[in-house]
Design a protein around this ligand. Structure first.
Ligand SMILES: *Cc1c(COP(=O)(O)O)cnc(C)c1O
Length: 386
């Protein structure tokens, strides 16, 4: 079975973890700090704070803006549930909006139409690695004093009009879970231009503690610390950071390979009328997902067919406005609901071989141009014979 996603890890990550074991410093320390500095360089971001997962990055970003019950956050319904639970953790209300059918990104005009005097944050999700229309969104938000927090879980390493994702909105949240563009095993990060927000996030990821021990010189550590606010236990460990550092070295190769696969898929599927792949921008982005829309109410049959041919697929995602937990935020989103019946994600990961890619392509072609045409012809012949 060809998996939809798969972490690409090897000797380098194992060696990095071994060196952490040897050092006997497993928690957050020097290596996490180094990972943050490397991410700042890579993204061109002023500040990066590493945390233990993407959901924590989102929660801390929203928490740093001091959201409270009654505040509203405009967010696409079509996202991983972590995005929505992070909003709920602050007490704020998610206001679900539509997505653009060509990209599955926030439909910016629709989002702006949902602004009220309670709107504090607009939260786009850069779906599959392709950034949403940030210029339009940032301009509209700034005019109204609304903050933009980006869920860039899919968009690590992508650019928007030449600018790195991580340098655009007020706060940008990344995930480094097992199947994202790079992995730490589990991990996440918040990037921001604001020292004030970065310092707040860094403190609140560690229980609100202003300064714990100095990880670069534990022997001289001061046992005293001050607790300045509420806080969470969301710090990244050096074990995870070491994996992330090794992955960062490999990112250019991951990106090159995934772009190659997407180009091959796009060529192979261009002439099939029953499906439409989402738009990509291979000059600027690192593709994370390869989503196709299947027309004619055949998505589930398509998935079952691929499964029989050894190709695993996923549906990303179940719209959150349909989930029982968010029933009090229910709205009608006809575009999203229609897309939910059409979308399916095909395998895309950097360790796919050319043979894997051709297996997927052959299975897709066989669904739309099945050998049954021959069978039908045979059937006709048989009927004609007696
Ligand atoms: C993966 C993901 C997250 C959450 O990241 P974790 O590291 O798994 O907590 C958030 N939003 C989106 C869109 C994701 O795909």
């Amino acid at each position: 079975m060809i998996p939809t996603y798969r972490p690409c890890i090897g000797r380098e990550e194992l060696d990095a973890v071994q060196s952490i074991f040897d050092s006997r410093w497993l928690g957050m320390g020097e290596v996490t700090r180094t990972f943050e500095l490397r991410l700042e360089e890579f993204l061109g971001a002023r500040r990066v704070v590493a945390v233990d997962r993407g959901t924590a990055a989102l929660h801390l970003a929203l928490d740093a803006l001091e959201l409270q019950a009654g505040d509203e956050v405009i967010v696409p319904s079509l996202t991983f549930v972590g995005t929505i639970q992070a909003i709920r953790l602050t007490g704020a209300t998610p206001v679900f909006c539509e997505v653009d059918p060509a990209t599955l990104n926030m439909a910016v005009q629709d989002a702006l139409g949902r602004i009220t005097d309670k709107t504090r944050v607009i939260l786009p999700v850069h779906f599959g690695g392709l950034p949403c229309e940030m210029d339009k969104l940032l301009h509209a938000a700034r005019m109204r004093g609304i903050r933009v927090v980006e869920d860039a879980a899919h968009a690590f390493g992508s650019r928007y009009n030449g600018r790195m994702i991580g340098t655009l909105g007020d706060l940008t949240c990344f995930s480094f879970d097992a199947i994202k563009n790079i992995t730490c095993g589990e991990g996440g990060a918040v990037a921001t231009d604001s020292d004030e927000l970065a310092n707040r996030i860094a403190r609140r990821r560690c229980l609100g503690i202003e300064r714990a021990i100095d990880p670069t010189d534990p022997a001289r550590a001061n046992w005293q610390y001050r607790v300045l606010s509420h806080g969470f236990r969301y710090h990244m460990s050096d074990i995870n950071a070491a994996i992330g550092l090794a992955q960062l070295e490999k990112f250019p190769a991951f990106q090159r390979r995934k772009r190659e696969i997407v180009r091959r898929y796009d060529d192979a599927f261009a002439k099939i009328e029953g499906i439409e792949p989402l738009r990509h921008d291979l000059e600027q982005t690192c593709p994370w997902a390869y989503v196709v829309k299947v027309y004619g109410n055949r998505r589930d049959a398509f998935r079952a067919h691929l499964q029989r041919h050894g190709v695993a697929t996923l549906i990303q995602f179940i719209p959150n406005h349909l989930q029982p937990a968010f029933a009090q935020c229910r709205v009608e989103l006809p575009v999203t609901e229609q897309l939910f019946r059409q979308i399916v994600s095909l395998p895309l990961h950097a360790e796919m071989t050319d043979a894997d890619v051709e297996t997927v392509i052959r299975a897709v072609h066989r669904f739309f141009d099945p050998p049954s045409r021959n069978r039908r012809r045979r059937g006709l012949t048989q009927k004609a014979e007696p």
